[in-house]
Design a binder for this molecule. Structure first.
Ligand code: GDP
Length: 524
């Protein structure tokens, strides 16, 4: 491998920002892009995120949701690194794709609202990152507003998430009295709302502010110093190695809206963020990013991104080597080779053609129905399959039928393909074999309904079953059909495994009390 290519690969930093809606993910992304020079005006991204969506027309969803749907990957250069930020849609955009995106990154940034602490969606996404053991960096946002006490937030991280934390900086005051942050890592104080040239104040060997300053006389400063002393004595030690293993999360405080603490965060983060990581194949070979042959896997398929073409795009995370337009690739599942002439990369919502990309980058391949989620593509002679992407426990269910019984064949074909592609999960009732679809987010149903009409010309009838708790069974042989009931429905998944769909937590506990011998488990 040429040393240029090697350098290119090692310059990549690929991550996702995870958060609960409204914590400030869009705002922080915008600031990062702004620092990276990818957008001229730090209001651009925001402006595209408009209104509520009211129609289930996919093109309309695209138009209205703007950046959260279309610009799935944003790229910029900073300080000799090429940064790839992958979007993880939330709210009603939340879907299995959101989880799968986390399979394609090397680290994650978790944005937490200081007033709200750890919220539901953050917790879900965090668990997926934790399962992969990827490094997680925490940005506690909105310090310009009154929020929870910083020590309380640190405790919450450790208790709710079960991860150890290390405060890289510490707020001095908060809300109206927010004075700045004590930067433990860079050993300086960064002042809030000051002129650029006065922003940083030095600290001395004892860790105290080294210059005469108003701030020193405030109770906020005294409080911050007390907290820091406590952290120094009783808190965790910083260990870059443990950060890399995902065991310790470095915590930063700031205010994205006022652009405070974001640049310091970015610079510190880039010092620790991992370069592209190796991946395992199904037969446990390690594929190193610096392997000379191109390889990658499909982690997301997006339909109809371009309304004029009704095309689909398969998002590929490059694991090793280099991609060049016009190159030959083999799809491992089918062993078919093809020449890639059409490929795109994504920045804001302008898609542009990519001619070259390397390990760590994401490319989009035009797809006419050839790819499935988890597919491996390779450039060399040797084919292999990357480890299967995990299946996620769905939470929402729908019964679905074709409105016109004459269309039954198309109906089943459409479902089969969309399920294989990874758009939605398939279940069926035991004897009657009624089709039940499972999803982690409502959007998946809307996309399903739309695509059944647009691509298979089938109108479907969807009957919501609401949310359920799905549990698989270790000892299927011990399950009796008498155990099934309206609150604990027994179904088959697409692999013919038995699955209980419980009405709620209570129904599940009640079931477990009555049937202690049944060993239930959930997927991720
Ligand atoms: P997302 O849903 O996580 O992408 O959150 P947004 O970036 O859209 O932010 C949600 C709301 O919080 C918006 O009204 C932002 O202006 C506001 N916001 C974001 N960051 C901050 C901050 O640092 N301070 C304050 N006061 N508001 C913020």
């Amino acid at each position: 491998m040429s040393s240029n290519l090697e350098q290119d690969i090692l310059s990549r930093r690929t991550f996702a920002i995870i958060s609960h809606p409204d914590a400030g993910k869009t705002t922080i992304t915008e600031k990062l892009l702004y620092f990276g020079g990818a957008i001229r005006d730090a209001g651009t991204v925001k402006a595209k995120k408009t209104g509520k969506f009211a129609t289930s027309d996919w093109m309309e969803i695209e138009k209205q949701r703007g950046i959260s749907v279309t610009s799935s990957v944003m790229q910029f250069d900073y300080d000799g690194r090429r940064v790839n930020i992958l979007d993880t849609p939330g709210h009603s955009d939340f879907s299995e794709d959101t989880y799968r995106t986390l399979m394609a990154v090397d680290s994650a940034v978790m944005v937490v609202d200081a007033a709200k602490g750890i919220e539901a969606q953050t917790l879900k996404l965090f668990k997926v990152c934790r399962m992969r053991g990827i490094p997680i960096f925490t940005f506690i946002n909105k310090l310009d507003r009154q929020g929870k006490e910083p020590l309380e937030l640190m405790e919450e991280l450790e208790e709710v998430l079960g991860i150890e934390s290390y405060a890289m900086n510490w707020p001095i005051g908060m809300g109206k009295e927010f004075l700045g942050i004590y930067d433990r890592y860079n050993k300086r104080i960064e002042q809030f709302r000051t002129e650029e040239d006065e922003r940083f104040l030095p600290i001395d060997e004892d860790g105290e502010l080294a210059v005469e300053h108003e701030m020193k006389k405030t109770s906020y400063y005294t409080q911050a110093m007390e907290d820091i002393m406590l952290l120094n004595e009783a808190g965790n030690d910083f260990s870059a190695e443990r950060v890399t293993r995902g065991e310790l999360t470095p915590v930063f405080f700031g205010s994205a809206l006022t652009n405070f603490g974001v640049q310091t965060f970015l610079e510190t983060y880039l010092n620790f963020a991992p370069t592209p990581q190796p991946r395992l194949t199904e037969d446990e070979q390690i594929i190193d990013p610096l392997d000379k042959d191109f390889s990658g896997f499909v982690f997301k398929i997006q339909a109809n991104m371009n309304p004029a073409h009704r095309d689909r795009i398969a998002f590929v995370r490059i694991v090793s080597g280099e991609f060049e337009r016009g190159m030959n690739m083999t799809l491992s599942r089918t062993n078919k080779s093809f020449k890639v002439t059409q490929s795109t990369q994504f920045l804001a919502d302008d898609r542009e053609t990519v001619d070259k990309a390397v390990a760590g980058d994401i490319i989009g391949l035009y797809d006419t129905g050839n790819y499935q989620i988890g597919d491996t593509v390779v450039g060399g002679k040797k084919t292999f399959q990357f480890e299967r992407l995990p299946q996620f426990t769905p939470e929402l269910f729908m019964k679905v039928t074709a409105k016109n019984v004459m269309k039954s064949k198309h109906f089943h074909k459409g479902i089969l393909q969309l399920v294989q592609e990874g758009a939605i999960q398939y279940y069926k009732t035991l004897h009657t074999e009624e089709v039940i679809l499972g999803a982690v987010g409502q959007l998946q149903f809307e996309v399903f309904e739309h695509r059944m009409k647009a691509e298979y010309n089938v109108d479907v009838r969807m009957e919501p079953m609401g949310s359920k708790i799905a549990r698989w069974i270790q000892n299927e042989a011990d399950v009796k059909e008498s155990m099934t009931g309206p609150r604990s429905m027994l179904v088959h998944d697409r692999y013919e495994n038995l699955v209980f769909l419980f009405e709620n937590e209570f129904a599940m506990r009640w079931f477990q009390d009555k049937n202690e011998n049944i060993d239930l488990y959930s997927l991720l």
